[in-house]
Every structure is written in structure tokens, then in C-alpha cells.
Design a protein around this ligand. Sequence first.
Ligand code: 4NP
Length: 156
Amino acid sequence: MVRVLFVCLGNICRSPMAEAIFRDFVEREQLEKKIQVDSCGTGDWHLGESPHSGTREILEQQGISCDGMESRLLTADDYERFDYMVAMDQNNYNSLTESNNQEKAAIVKLMEFVEDIEEEDIPDPYYTGDFDQTYRLVSEGCHGLLQFLKEKHHLD
Ligand code: 4NP
């Protein structure tokens, strides 16, 4: 089993969107017994909340479910439980590496998995309001990440 944790600041906009999109890709390829997906935030302002309305609306338009998802905080256990901790931007990446005291999980940024990237970080739609841009970048990143995991872990 490969375990993937998407990480952003509030766990209401970008990382729940990534979790929902990536799970949809995984299910379409019938890899749900081989890849486990979750998300969390490094900040505690929105604990227990559903994804932001902007995230919910764009996922609904695309026919992707985010039912039952609730914001949760990053924990020390996550570094042991997950193989990949996938940051949405440099700020999230720095938060992850600063608190890291073990070497199990690979800490990466989602846009590393996109060739010819226009952005290295996924801009925060909580501030930009541009959930379409977030959806496009997160989808590209999730597509690249899944290809990478399939090859690296021989998941086909
Ligand atoms: P996210 O966006 O990290 O993509 O979930 C944010 C959500 C909430 C806040 C910041 C970013 N906030 O400051 O409350």
C-alpha cells in the first residue's frame, strides 16, 4: 500500500481538492486497494469544517465527491503513517520539513510532478478567489503524481 497525504494551510481549499481529485483518479484506475489518500492542514483555524464552497462547487461541476471530508490538523503520527506528504506550496513544504524528525515520508510539492510547469506553487484560492486555476493546477499535479507512483511502485 502506498499512502499519500496532501497538505495545505487550512485544509479547506487546496488539499481537500487534491484529495478528492486524486482519489477519483485512483478509483478510475481501480487502484484503491494499492493507494490510500488523505489530506490535512498546518493551521488550525478551520478544524472539523467541510471544504470551502469554492472547492465544493468546482468538484461538483466535475462530478467528483468530497462528501464527509472535514478539515484536520497535521500530526506527528502522519510522518510515520504516510509514504508521501505532498505540499501545495513552499510555505506548506517548509512547515513539513521544519517539524520533521524522521526519514520515512518523502516530503514533496505537488507541482514537482508536472512537466513544463507554469507555477511551482499552487496559489491559495482562499486569497485569490480563483478556484478554476486551483482545479487546473491540482488536476495536472495529481495526474503527474499518479503516473510517478504507478511507475515507481509498479502498481499496474
Ligand atoms: P487552503 O486555504 O490552505 O488551501 O485550505 C486557506 C484556507 C484558510 C486560511 C488560509 C488558507 N485561513 O487563513 O483561514
